[in-house]
Write a protein that binds this ligand. Structure first.
Ligand code: ADP
Ligand code: MG
Length: 637
């Protein structure tokens, strides 16, 4: 028996093991190669793949290139130009830093590298076969680097077996390019798969332009920009207006310090920001950039670097959630973030007012707020809006980053020092991210300023706007209005109660009575002033003021009907919000009710004062619109 059982693995085996973590599939190899090009300061990156990347992954760039010695070294494990010691790990500003990608890829494929620094007369070509260097020679070629990876996993059959279909691997590769392309919108990308051009993205001046290149003008024109700073994090980007939603979250892109990451905290912050705005299970399209001090985020927790660990996840969640939420609260083009709209004066939990209820409480009298007045003074939509916004969002062009300004790819002189990779700079304050084209074409109207043409099918208010015909769903509109009022009252201390002139006895069915008695607390919290009156009867003495006391008994009956056999099954604040949604729904004007003109204008005015006015609390749209152009086309004008 041998003396020793433990021995050190040969470098080639160690690399193959590392490859198992770094190179899970062709798309992950592609990601590493493209990130290297970005780190090298490339302005144009061109990618070809065959058989979904299993046959060939070729990445060419116009970055700084490598000298002969660096090129050879770059293929060794733990070879990196990006960090020198452990201390550097806490302030990483490059995509790569682990120094294992090239070695890992080379150990499980046949790799050929051609690279040249601009200052050198000739380039170098290196071929590696399953980790063994098989060729090194001088060669001609343009400055920059081209790496070809053929027959990925040819010597690791286990991995090969796990490859999915060509189509699946190809779309994973396309997703990698899309993600990196959004984060680095100033860089040109080209992706050719099986000889077909998938993406041809020229260098973009803004993230919006890149979104347009990737997803088309329609998606891009319906996005809002946001940019805010909170708790040491800057959060900026684009997100769809709340009238749009998509069946998957695949168009939600999140970045931390320009690194594409999949992160639960970020994902949750984005979805939660759209809560009650878009239907459950639907998602926005968004590009969300979080920028924070490198020390506040650990990027070295995942071999593929697609996950991060925040020092303070709660603060990051808050920063992202509020950046989006505040922008969504006012989706007019001017959309100034404002968190504290229409909060009524703090009051006690039960306020009993005794004025006689008006015959119809379609629109409750709301306190006029400073914000509402401001908007009425001209921050809504109008011909001047675009110019106003452009002025706000067009900071003076900073006189740096010549790379972005250069009209044609030109090579960084790269200082010629050994392996001097250019570091991609992160966004700096004042950077021009939002040029004038950023303004969404479809803005959210100030409903009350449009001409009311009438009511359609006793359910929809027809409005004429400058560029089209708008139908407002009266129920959805009123539902949002009452829901936001209830929520504001709740925040301010409790739902306001309006007293009935005379208490109304409510008979309970024997089957329901126990659940109702158990839920008396919730009913009271919703604004129903109830008193037990024997076992099968309740006395209703007051109802939520938003709806007026008048319909209180009917509303209560509907809520009792809606509660189900198990009662309300309350679980914390979110569940109570569900109840408020139900209450708003039952208490709001129905489709089918003819509205008088003053009621229509009151509803529209109230709607304009309401946050998240574009959608009802269940996420359905409040209005739909036909553009004038479309109408004219339909008439063949
Ligand atoms: P890391 O990116 O973590 O440093 P890699 O194995 O991916 O490790 O790359 C090793 C080194 O090779 C890099 O640090 C860089 O100096 C050099 N390199 C890799 N790709 C390129 C490229 N496309 N252009 C210039 N240098 C490159
Ligand atoms: Mg790398």
């Amino acid at each position: 028996m041998a003396e020793r059982l433990i021995h050190i693995l040969p470098e080639q085996v160690a690399s193959q093991i590392a490859a198992g973590e770094v190179v899970e599939r062709p798309a992950s190899a592609l990601k590493e190669l493209v990130e290297n090009s970005l780190d090298a300061g490339a302005k144009a990156i061109s990618v070809e793949i065959e058989r979904g990347g299993a046959g060939l992954i070729a990445v060419g760039d116009d970055g700084c290139g490598m000298g002969r010695e660096d090129a050879i070294l770059s293929l060794r494990r733990h070879a990196t130009s990006k960090i020198r010691d452990a201390a550097d790990l806490s302030a990483i500003r490059t995509m790569g830093f682990r120094g294992e990608a090239l070695a890992s890829i080379a150990s499980v494929a046949r790799l050929r590298m051609v690279t040249r620094r601009a200052a050198d007369l000739a380039g170098v070509e290196i071929a590696v076969d399953g980790g063994e260097v098989s060729l090194t020679r001088e060669c001609a070629g343009a400055p920059g680097t081209r790496i070809e990876v053929r027959e990925l996993f040819f010597n690791t059959p286990a991995r090969l077996k796990f490859l999915k279909t060509v189509a699946t691997e190809q779309s994973a590769a396309a997703e990698v390019i899309a993600r990196l392309g959004i984060a680095h919108w100033r860089v040109a990308f080209k992706l050719v798969a099986e000889g077909r051009t998938v993406y041809e993205l020229s260098r973009a001046a803004s993230v919006l332009e890149r979104m347009r290149q990737l997803f088309g003008a329609k998606v891009a024109s319906r996005m809002l920009h946001f940019d805010s700073q909170r708790a040491g994090a800057r959060v900026f980007g684009l997100a769809t207006i709340s009238q749009d939603s998509y069946p998957t979250s695949r168009m939600v892109f999140t970045f931390v310090n320009r690194r594409a990451v999949r992160d639960r905290v970020l994902q949750r912050a984005v979805t939660q920001a759209y809560d009650t705005l878009i239907p459950r299970g639907r998602y926005p399209a968004a590009a969300v950039f979080v920028e924070m001090r490198p020390e506040d985020v650990d990027v070295n927790v995942h071999p593929m670097k697609t996950e991060v660990r925040f020092r303070n996840p709660g603060a990051v969640f808050e920063a992202v959630y509020h950046a989006l939420r505040e922008r969504l609260a006012d989706q007019t083009a001017a959309g100034a973030p404002s968190a504290v709209a229409q909060r009524p004066e703090p009051t006690g939990a039960l306020i009993v007012t005794s004025d006689a209820p008006p015959p119809l409480r379609l629109v409750p009298d709301a306190p006029t707020t400073a914000r509402a007045e401001q908007r009425a003074l001209g921050l809504g939509w109008g011909p001047s809006t675009a110019a106003e916004v452009a002025a706000v969002y067009e900071p003076a062009e900073p006189a740096r980053d010549d790379r972005a300004a250069a009209p044609a790819p030109a090579i960084n002189s790269g200082a010629g020092s050994a392996g001097s990779a250019q570091v991609i700079p992160f966004g700096r304050p004042g950077e021009k991210q939002f040029p004038e084209k950023q303004i969404p074409e479809k803005q959210i109207p100030m409903y009350s300023r449009l001409r009311v043409m009438g009511q359609l099918f006793a359910g929809y208010i027809a409005l004429e706007s400058d560029d089209g015909l708008i139908l407002v769903d009266q129920h959805a509109a009123h539902e949002r209005v009452t829901f936001e009022r209830l929520r504001a009252e709740l925040r301010a201390g409790g739902i306001r109660v309006q007293a009935m002139l005379t208490p109304v006895p409510i008979e309970l069915s024997p089957a329901r009575a126990p659940q109702v008695h158990q839920a008396l607390g919730e009913f009271r919290a919703m604004g129903f002033d109830l008193e037990p009156f024997g076992s099968a009867t309740l006395l209703l003495k007051g109802a939520p003021a938003v709806f007026g006391a008048d319909g209180g008994a009917r509303l209560l009956a509907e809520m009792i009907d809606a509660m189900g056999d198990d009662g309300f099954r309350m679980r914390g604040g979110a569940a109570f919000e569900e109840l408020l949604k139900q209450l708003a729904c039952h208490g709001s004007v129905r489709v089918g009710r003819v509205l008088k003109e003053p009621e229509i204008s009151a509803l529209l005015e109230e709607l304009d004062r309401t946050e998240f006015k574009t959608n009802c609390p269940h996420g359905r749209p409040v209005h739909i619109q036909w553009n004038r152009g479309l109408i004219e086309r339909m008439f063949r004008r």
